[in-house]
Design a protein around this ligand. Sequence first.
Ligand code: MG
Length: 266
Amino acid sequence: MDELNKPLEKLDPDFIRKNVKAVTFDVDGVIMPTGTFLRESFDGTKLTIKTHKLSKKMIEMIKELKKYVWINFSSGRALLYLEYMLEDILWDKVSLIGENGNFILIDGKVQQLSLCNQSYLQKLTNIRNDIKKLKKEKPDKIYGFEPKHIIITVHTANKMPEIEKIVKKHDKENELYCLWTSEGYDIGNIKTNKQTALCFLSNRLKIKPEEMITTGNNLNDKEMLNFGIGISVDPEQVSGKYAIQKKKGMLGGEILAKYLLMAFAR
Ligand SMILES: [Mg+2]
């Protein structure tokens, strides 16, 4: 097996210029700081979310990068929310992948990429209801749910084995993942992840995996980083072919964008 987490400087700028046709940015923790504030009322009738927007610098860099490559964003967030977060750099030469690979928005159309049936959705509903019961017992531990179509994202104060237990209880078929994301849990179908969506995208763009750079910082980015030229921005969490070490006050995605522009514009 190839050596993992090589420093970014080992990625040859000439190679980038000649071969790279698309870049996939993970959103939270890569091009925006992590830390979404979410609070939902008990009955689910009131929801407050506070999050970040792209920095001016990042907006400029992405606009510049678009001259050379296709830009894709892949996130656990819902597409609708990604549209708001990324509105400054949409819509040309851009695609959005939401809910950990379940949806893509490309060329003005939303497509569902996952196989998902009624019994799967029922299972998620049952899990959500059990987590809601747990929230009643532990209101200071469970903040609420992020609105999503076909995965569950529950925000919590810290890791909660009880949530993993609830998922196991309902998932006799072992078809679900339950991943800690540092601000809660993502729960969804194992068969659909950020990598399966990238396979779709590379077919659509008619490019090979090795012509795409992918990025990530978290466990839900593991499969994505195995696709194409994976660059981890948090090698303690997840590995890639290359890695950018965490640097205070500087996002890994910014460091990467700067490096890519240097390679393309030389
Ligand atoms: Mg992330």
